[in-house]
Design a protein around this ligand. Structure first.
Ligand code: IPM
Ligand code: MG
Length: 371
């Protein structure tokens, strides 16, 4: 059995609390002989800033480069509002994405039947929902230059962010979307703002070209990103896979999260190019929810998005689809048994904290693995 090297970066806020549940899961898998994982741990975000004055050190970056997968918690919080822009907690995450070349961010939004009533939308709108947002992650306005605030000298300042996309960046993310759609319900919806933005015009054109050249068998549709946001809350089941740019993907995936009942449910995988020689790809797995400083340290956080992110690591980095299925089934079973963290609590269910939810998932895993 191959040994897989993981770098754990718990980060800030609820990050360390939800990461603790992944550590339990890793230990369980190692003990059961279901996998052979070696872990290292590092600081990122505010946690790194407090100790080193930067959001991630060069040494931690080197560890991330050498790892088979990075498992990431969350970064940020009001404590670091005064940190310099380049050392703000989020800079650590953005550097990891950029330097590891993690251009493809997969954000599946699945509404577990047990949670259909936790969503703020009507049950019939979300029950059984299963869609994936494919977000471009290393380009667009997040990284475009110039990115600056300048003094105009007349009492005015000017802030500039640059939205920029090259053909190859759109091609490779479109391919990820089409390929994923092929393994699912074979439909891809591309979202852009070509009615206002040049990047949208190119996005639309290149997605059409990739479709015509390589993926004629996949149904392709286009929506303007604002209309797409509206359709996401009106009737999300019309979608299978959505592909969109970095900023629209950021916003749309928070919307999609609420379709599943809670932001605490959404996992994500950030993937790089497959290396032609080694057939491996760099990857980072993180929950979409962020550091939730309001509930940090209280043992209230929902560990499911973090555990499901680890399941995505099993699937996409280690070809352990069967084990990934098991983890996802164990999560569904713990929910079906009526256990809920406070973010997904509803009448007639049992409120539990982070560690109890993590242990319940492990117990279900024990049961499933034995069966
Ligand atoms: C996300 C987050 C990040 C982003 C922040 C923490 C930089 O919101 O992963 O969705 O904007 O990409
Ligand atoms: Mg976001």
């Amino acid at each position: 059995m191959p040994t897989h090297k993981l770098l754990l970066l718990p980060g800030d806020g609820i990050g360390p609390e939800v990461m603790a549940e992944v550590k339990k899961l890793i230990a369980w898998m190692n003990a059961r002989g279901l996998g052979q994982f070696e872990t290292e741990e590092g600081l990122v975000g505010g946690a790194a800033y407090d100790v080193h004055g930067v959001a991630i050190t060069e040494a931690t970056m080197a560890q991330a480069m050498a790892a088979d997968a990075v498992i990431f918690g969350a970064v940020g919080g009001p404590r670091w509002n005064a940190a310099p822009y380049d050392a703000r907690p989020e800079a650590g995450l953005l550097r990891l994405r950029k330097d590891l070349g993690l251009f493809a961010n997969l954000r599946p939004a699945i509404c577990y039947p047990a949670l259909a009533s936790s969503s703020s939308l009507k049950r019939e709108v979300v029950d059984g929902l299963d869609i994936v947002i494919v977000r471009e992650l290393t380009g667009g306005v997040y990284f475009g230059e110039p990115k600056t605030i300048m003094d105009l000298g007349n009492g005015q300042k000017r802030a500039i962010d640059t939205q920029v996309y090259d053909t190859y960046e759109i091609e490779r993310i479109a391919r990820v979307g089409f390929e994923l759609a092929r393994t699912r319900r074979n439909k891809l919806t591309s979202m852009d703002k070509r009615n206002v933005m040049k990047t949208g015009v190119l996005w639309h054109e290149v997605v059409n070209q990739v479709h015509a050249r390589e993926f004629k068998d996949v149904e392709l549709e286009h929506q303007l990103a604002d209309a797409g946001a509206m359709q996401l809350v009106r009737w999300p089941k019309q979608f299978d896979v959505i592909v969109t740019d970095n900023l629209f993907g950021d916003v749309l995936s928070d919307v999609a999260a609420m379709l599943t009942g809670s932001l605490g449910m959404l996992p994500s995988a950030s993937l790089g190019e497959i290396d032609a020689k080694t057939k491996k790809r760099r990857a980072l797995y993180e929950p979409v929810h962020g550091s939730a400083p309001d509930i940090a340290g209280k043992g209230l956080a929902n560990p499911i998005a973090m555990l499901a992110s680890f399941a995505m690591a099993l699937r996409y980095s280690f070809a352990m689809g069967r084990e990934a299925d098991l983890v996802e089934q164990a999560i569904a079973a713990a929910l079906a048994a009526g256990l809920r963290t406070h973010d997904i609590k509803s009448e007639g269910t049992t409120a539990v904290g982070t560690t109890a939810m993590g242990s319940a998932v492990l117990q279900e895993l024990d049961r499933l693995a034995a069966g």
